[in-house]
Write a protein of this length. Sequence first.
Length: 154
Amino acid sequence: MRQELRTVFALAIFTLGTSVIFPVTLQAHCQVPCGIYDDHARVNAMLEDVVTVAKAMRQMAELAGKTDAQSQNQMVRWVMNKEKHAQNIISTISDYFLTQRVKSKQEDYAERLMKHHAVIVSAVKAKQNSDLKYADTLEADVAALLAYYPEHKH
């Protein structure tokens, strides 16, 4: 038992030390009923992710066919960036909107569910492809959510 406590304590110190040296930015909102929501801002953040996905696709098209090491390195980086930002969208929809904001008691629940699911499907397709038409579809699907989450002036 003592060894376990020492290990937990050591991990706590290590974690504390690295969090000070390497701060981590958390993007997902907690899943507790804190009541602090800015849905409009989250949709806008997803639209920013879409812009990055589209830029990555354009850059990938420019690098296609180049065989020098630098071009191949940049291609990998753009692919990874596209994947990351598409995944950000998927995570925001599933971890934030579908778990906390889309509720079965809403009158338009089925419609909301379909629109949010469409964003996930479009983001997956954007990850799987490099054609800008997938980024355009993703943008339209994310933008369609703005109707549900208008900007609130405080």
